[in-house]
Design a protein. Structure first.
Length: 94
C-alpha cells in the first residue's frame, strides 16, 4: 500500500469492474484488503506517451481462490507533475 500512496495523485479516480468509481482514499483502502486472487500477470502491456501524459493498456491473467483462470484488462492514465509521474486514473475490467 505504501507504494500506491507514493504513486497516486491526490485527485486519482478508479473505475472498478463492478462499475463503482472510487477516489484515492477508497482505492488505498481497497488495495489494503487481503488479496483473493493469485498469480496476477500483466500481458500485452502498451504504453503510449503524449508529452506529460501516458496511457497504459494491458491484459491481465489471474486465478481465483478456487483456482479458476480469469482474464481482464486495465487502462491507467499517468501525468507528469513537478517532474514526477503520478497515476490520475485507472479503469479495471474482469
Amino acid at each position: 500500500m505504501h507504494r500506491f500512496d507514493e504513486l497516486l495523485a491526490g485527485d486519482f479516480l478508479c473505475s472498478n469492474p463492478d462499475g463503482t468509481l472510487i477516489d484515492r482514499v477508497q482505492f488505498l483502502e481497497q488495495t489494503a484488503r487481503p488479496v483473493v486472487i493469485k498469480g496476477l500477470v500483466a500481458e500485452d502491456v502498451r504504453i503510449r506517451l503524449f508529452g506529460d501524459v501516458a496511457l497504459i493498456h494491458a491484459r491481465t491473467r489471474y486465478q481465483t481462490a478456487s483456482s479458476d483462470e480469469r482474464h481482464g484488462r486495465y487502462t491507467d492514465v499517468w501525468v507528469r507533475r513537478g517532474g514526477k509521474w503520478l497515476a490520475v486514473s485507472a479503469h479495471v475490467t474482469r
